[in-house]
Design a protein around this ligand. Sequence first.
Ligand SMILES: [Zn+2]
Length: 104
Amino acid sequence: MEITEVRQESREVQTGTKCDYCGKEVKGVYPKTWHHFDSHHSDWGNDSRESYEYFDVCSPRCFIEIARKQMNDGVGFNKPEERSTTQISDFNEQFLFELLKLLP
Ligand SMILES: [Zn+2]
């Protein structure tokens, strides 16, 4: 026979989302107007490394600000000879660089 006991287990559940740029918070389901994306950098030089960061943003404006910050923090703009790649939200860095130049 099964031996049972009543247990109260606690686990972490998501109850809302916070914008990683402006800090705006929403409770409950993920808003359709928000965007979840990752920033990925891989460097296959002497110092082989790979990193992912994940972000949630509440607006295109917040996306742009994070993308610019990621680029400025050295995630992007690697020299071609360094054979490294950066992707932010599936844009490759050169495409995103051109895109950001179009924006005020
Ligand atoms: Zn925001």
